[in-house]
Structures are given as structure tokens and as C-alpha cells.
Design a protein. Structure first.
Length: 477
């Protein structure tokens, strides 16, 4: 006979491990579709906690056949975890929601889609897992109800702690997302077999049933991941393919076309070539250049244009991935694995040029890299005549709130900003801002009809330009 007093300890710990892992897995699997931000995390955590509360409440009302109820709950949870959080199913749901809501602007929003996905997949999963705690309390033979409640909740919470650490620091980092999901499915399967083990021996029926379910989970996660991604990390899914129509190698990070290298001259996407053309000016020949957001390191893939480069990217694996699968050579420059803003906060160094290319997702961009405070931090790390080069995914018409407000934010902090665009269309494009360090020494005038200052300034500027064009290029010894 199943006895909570002797068996519940491991069941509660294992259930806690799996339920905590679900939060991080949902956060990670939805990044390619909604990005990563406080908004996305708040939606997932809120729905998770609501499902947890409903699960506790419902589980407390079950008065008979705890073993059967718990076994059923664990089977359903395993299916929702292994199937519902697998990448192909997540992709299918988000793509379907995007298609169904394409003509309904009020709900055609990635955050709304995230809320729907979390409600139909994650919420039921947590609802069934959460029932484990009250089911164990109800079946406890402890004389004190308060003691039973405290012990079971504590064990489940300790499982949450272990699950959070194991999933993010061990499984995701060393094994990948697919294996992390599958391992958590095995954990729940172990609970099923442990619960149903009796004096009659090993529960063969449940072992066979779970094996079939586990095979499906393995195929949807581990096998699918190995066939469709070059590699996965806790931060991103990487796909490297050869684009025959463009005749070059393409790096896709979280469903976004992050980088491209032409087979012939190793040129990159149009915005990359715009940046390279501006930095090819001889004044930047020996400039110290900081690049926030590595992508595929395509800005220096030709190893001709730029020197003295430091790349900063949050994913520590992106350097090895790019060198092995994308560049087929070592990167040109140094690499620091750190969040862009955190890196600037911790260093006192100043650069002649800082390139910001961190907006990898068109739906939700890193909010902490779009604020006045971030651009002030950026400005403080430019040399006196330093240049900030910002690649921004926005509408060149500046007719939506985001595009207009971001433009105002940038210009409020940096000065003499010029914008170069890849295409002038009424949708999100790559806008390249070239801005100079803001200082109090620059003075400007507004030209009026009652003076000839515009003519004089124009004449002087023409003379300076003419002198610059007639300078002899330096020759190598």
C-alpha cells in the first residue's frame, strides 16, 4: 500500500524540481517569439503563480484515491512538459496565433500570444503538478496537520531551489534545451513508477506506458533539436545555413537573421556594409572600437576594414559557435562575455567608436538598452571626438510610438546624429544612427533672413572640404 509517510519525501522533492524547471523552460523556449524582457517574465510568472494557487486549492479537496489521482496528474504533466514545451509545438502555437490574429490589431501582439500560450500549456501543467503537495498532506498520517503542511511545502520548495539551479546552471548550459526538457520528463516518470511500486513488484504496465510517452518527448526535443539547430545555449537557438540565392552563409539566432557573409568578399547585411563604409574613413584607421552585440562577428569578417576591436555579447558560447560554424576562422578582435550595459558600468575605458548592435528580436528588444540612462552611459565612454554607431530596428517613417520615442531618446543624449537606412519602407528596417559625443563646448546657430551667416559658414565648410580632398594619402615604407 502506498504510504505518504515513507515515500512522500522524494516525490515532493522531484515534483518541486520539475515545476521550477517549467518556468525557466517556458521563458527560454518563448524567447525566439517574444524576446526576453521584464514584461515577458512577469506574464509567465504571474500565470505560473495563478496556476499554482488553483492547483493547491483543488488538490486539497480530493479526499479519496490519492494514488490514482497523483498518477493521472503526473502523466498529464509529463505530456504537457515534453510535448507542449517542445520547440516545434511552441513554434506551431505562436505561428498559428499570429496568423489567426493578423487582422485583429488589439490582440495581434506577441505579449498577448505569450499570455495565451502560457494559459493553455504552462497553466494546466502547473495546476496538475501543484496538486501533489495537498494530496500528500491529505494522505499524511501525522498527528498535527500544521506540521504535515509545513513539511510537505518545505520539501517541495527545496525541490524548486534544486530544480532552478540544475536546469539553468547544469542542464541547459551543458546539455541544451532539448535534453533539459527530456530529463525533467524522466524525473516525473520516476515519480510515477515510485508511486506505483508495491509489494507485487515493479509496475510493468506503467513502465511501458511511460516509455511510449518518453519516446515521443525524446523525438520532439532531443532529436528535433539536433536536426534543426546547429546548437542551442541558455540564451539562443543557432542555425547556420548556406543561402544559395544570396550566395553566402547565414547565421540565424532565435529566428532572426543575425548575420550574413558573402562567399566572394565576405561582405555582410546591408546595414553592416553601411557601418563599414562610414568607419572606413582614415580618421578611424587606428581607432579603438567597442562593439556591443557580437552577432556573427560579421562586421570584421573581412579582416580589412577595422582594427583594435573589442566585442561584447551576453552569450559566452557565441564566439566558439561563430568561429566553428560560421566564420571558419578566428574572430578579428577580443571578446568579452557580458551584458552590454553591465560591461560599461564596470569599465573606465573610453573608445573612439562604440557600435551598438543588440536588437536581435523585432518583437521585444532589451528595454534597458533603449533608455536615456543607457545612452548617457554610452556617451560617457566615448573619447572627446568619439562616435556612437547605433543599429536600431525601427520604422523609418517614425510614425509609431516606439520609433518616434526612441529617435527622440537618442537625440536627447547624443548630438549631431545622422541616420542612414537600408530601405525607406513603412515597416521595421535597420536604421543606422551615427552620433557624436555630447559635450558643452559645441555651439550652434539658427540661420535667419536678417544675416548672411549661412553663406559664410557654407563657404568656410567648402574650403575645409577642398583641403581635405587634396591631402596626399600616406604611403607605406
Amino acid at each position: 500500500m502506498f504510504s505518504v509517510d515513507t515515500n512522500s519525501r522524494w516525490i515532493l522533492i522531484l515534483e518541486g524540481i520539475a515545476s521550477a524547471s517549467v518556468q525557466f523552460l517556458v521563458l527560454r523556449q518563448t524567447v525566439p517569439f517574444v524576446g526576453s524582457s521584464v514584461l515577458t517574465a512577469s506574464i509567465i510568472i504571474t500565470i505560473f503563480l495563478a496556476a499554482l494557487a488553483f492547483g493547491y486549492q483543488y488538490g486539497g479537496k480530493v479526499l479519496i484515491n490519492y494514488k490514482k489521482q497523483l498518477t493521472r496528474n503526473l502523466y498529464i504533466s509529463t505530456a504537457l512538459l515534453g510535448i507542449g514545451i517542445s520547440y516545434p509545438v511552441v513554434s506551431f502555437i505562436f505561428d498559428t496565433l499570429n496568423l489567426l490574429t493578423s487582422n485583429i490589431s488589439i490582440i495581434n501582439n506577441p505579449l498577448v500570444h505569450l499570455a495565451i500560450y502560457s494559459s493553455i500549456i504552462m497553466a494546466p501543467l502547473i495546476f496538475f503538478l501543484a496538486q501533489t503537495v495537498p494530496l500528500m498532506i491529505n494522505n499524511s498520517h501525522s498527528e498535527r496537520a500544521a506540521e504535515a503542511a509545513g513539511n510537505t511545502t518545505a520539501l517541495s520548495t527545496w525541490g524548486n531551489v534544486i530544480g532552478g539551479l540544475l536546469s539553468t546552471l547544469i542542464f541547459m548550459y551543458y546539455l541544451g534545451i532539448g535534453w533539459t526538457i527530456f530529463i525533467n520528463c524522466l524525473i516525473l516518470g520516476g515519480c510515477i513508477l515510485y508511486i506505483n511500486y508495491s509489494d507485487n513488484g515493479f509496475p510493468i504496465k506503467h513502465a511501458l506506458q511511460f516509455t511510449l510517452l518518453a519516446c515521443l518527448c525524446f523525438k520532439l526535443n532531443v532529436i528535433y533539436e539536433s536536426h534543426h539547430f546547429s546548437t542551442t545555449t541558455p540564451y539562443a537557438n543557432y542555425v547556420i545555413t548556406h543561402n544559395d540565392s544570396l550566395k553566402g552563409k547565414q547565421l540565424v539566432i532565435n529566428r532572426s537573421n543575425a548575420s550574413f557573409i558573402d562567399d566572394t568578399n565576405r561582405s555582410g547585411w546591408p546595414y553592416i556594409e553601411i557601418i563599414k563604409s562610414h568607419l572606413s574613413n582614415k580618421k578611424y584607421a587606428n581607432a579603438n572600437i567597442l562593439i556591443l552585440g557580437a552577432g556573427g562577428f560579421s562586421l570584421t569578417a573581412d579582416k580589412k576594414t577595422l582594427k583594435n576591436i573589442t566585442y561584447v555579447d551576453i552569450d559566452p558560447d557565441i564566439k566558439e559557435i561563430s568561429e566553428t560554424y560560421f566564420l571558419d576562422s578566428n574572430i578579428n578582435g577580443d571578446f568579452v562575455a557580458q551584458d552590454a550595459r553591465a560591461y560599461l558600468l564596470k569599465t573606465d575605458k573610453k573608445w573612439d567608436v562604440i557600435v551598438v548592435d543588440v536588437y536581435s528580436n523585432l518583437a521585444v528588444i532589451p528595454w534597458h538598452l533603449t533608455t536615456t540612462e543607457f545612452y548617457q552611459l554610452l556617451n560617457s565612454h566615448l573619447t572627446y571626438k568619439g562616435l556612437a554607431v547605433l543599429n536600431v530596428a525601427a520604422n523609418p517613417y517614425l510614425e509609431d510610438d516606439f520609433s518616434m520615442n526612441l529617435d527622440q531618446t537618442i537625440r536627447s543624449v547624443l548630438q549631431r546624429c545622422v541616420t542612414d537606412i537600408t530601405a525607406y519602407k513603412d515597416n521595421k528596417q535597420s536604421l543606422v544612427y551615427l552620433c557624436h559625443r555630447k559635450s558643452g563646448n559645441m555651439k550652434s546657430w539658427v540661420y535667419r533672413d536678417d544675416n548672411t551667416r549661412a553663406t559664410i559658414d557654407s563657404y568656410i565648410a567648402s574650403i575645409n572640404t577642398e583641403e581635405l580632398n587634396h591631402e596626399k594619402p600616406s604611403t607605406k615604407e
